[in-house]
Design a protein around this ligand. Sequence first.
Ligand code: RFL
Ligand code: PHB
Length: 427
Amino acid sequence: MRTTVGIIGGGPAGLLLARLLHRAGIDCVVLEARTREYVEQRQRAGMLEQGTVHALREAGAAERLTAEGLVHQGIELRFDRERHHIDFPSLTGGRTVRIYAQTEIVKDLVALQLVEGPPLLFQAEALAVEKPESDRPVVRFRHEGREQTLTCDWVAGCDGFHGIARDAFPAGAGRSYGHEYPYSWLGVLAEVPPSCDELIYARGDGGFALHSMRPPVSRHHPSKEVASLPSGLPVSRHHPSKEVASLPSGLPVSRLYLQVPNGTDPDDWPDDRVWDELAARFAIDADWTLNRGPITAKSVTSMRGYVHEPMRHGRLLLAGDAAHIVPPTGAKGLNLAVSDVRVLARGLIELHRTGSTQLLDGYSELCLQRVWQASRFSDDMTKMLHAQPDGDAFDDRMQLARLRRITASRHAAAELAANYSGLPLSL
Ligand code: RFL
Ligand code: PHB
């Protein structure tokens, strides 16, 4: 097989890149290791910056997002049994964020791509990227039981943190920076209306808790319009038996997270224990109750920070989680992936139209500036809100002082709001 841009990975980064290139008349092929059902059901992000919404609109992939996504004006910080609203529009000159599940973005992009192209191969696992320094890099992959090759002008490694694209950087051609946090998140999806209008980030006595939500899923599922979806349970990376797709239509549902120790087994967290712990961590002195209901998905995610520098080697370009991971407390991972892809698509389109590699040459440097800022913000949010397993009373007081500064100073709140709602792309 031969194409202009070989894209490894059919997550949000790979699918959006394919869509932007296709609309600009650049041919590409997407290789995705998993099945369609798997990528469409993997529970992950939910909070989108305005720039991400804009990028999906530019790609003609925001019809359902616009109709169903929930616009949020801010977030709530909870600590010391008190609640504090951080109002984004007044602090940022009008910016808001939107709640729309990553699963739905993927469904929307897959549905468009299966109808309009470019080719998207499921169960096509890339094995290696060869000759990235040459004019014709090659992706070796396995599909339908056969090993095959895809010869490209450019290769985009959008294959997430556990992908293989990064391995094609020779020793000495790159450097990575990583950090493991000493706690994880237990995430649950519950068939119960959210107990709040905005996301709640809580520093409770037993540790961090986050109350998020998912918009109601329309009955008009786009993937059903273009192909019949084989039935089958969506699978969690961690505990397949726990992921069940039963989002009801009509009402938003609750998405909640709890800080838990590393190595936690979700089976040690029966539903009652989850609800009791959530209720304890969200508890405030004012009148407020946490709505409880059936939990339909449960999984544990470890928390890590990771950046690979540079994001380009020869004609291989990394984008999204393939190049960097942030702990989810700042809700930045998907937004960074989309921001990389916007820059990358512009670079490839400029090359296609004018022959200039100027934007592509600056790709890594430009993206990394934003990546490090998002890493810093995610690290700040994480450390400010999570109980330190080996922390002492001094650490405890420092966390409270940081939180109090944000709620007492408009300047400090504006800094949080600017980072959370998305720093400008400087393009
Ligand atoms: P993905 O989504 O991991 O997609 C990579 C794809 O590549 C495929 N793949 C391969 N394909 C072919 N050959 C191979 N050898 C391959 N190896 C892998 C995989 O099957 C997969 O389909 O990376 P991408 O596209 O860069 O997207 C990144 C986002 O998924 C990620 O950053 C976010 O989910 C992070 N994140 C959040 N980000 C936000 O911006 N806002 C949020 O609110 C938010 N919440 C979250 C999150 C991540 C979480 N977890 C589970 C880590 C909440 C959680 C709990
Ligand atoms: C989510 O809705 O899944 C979500 C929202 C905000 C975060 C992390 C996850 O910081």
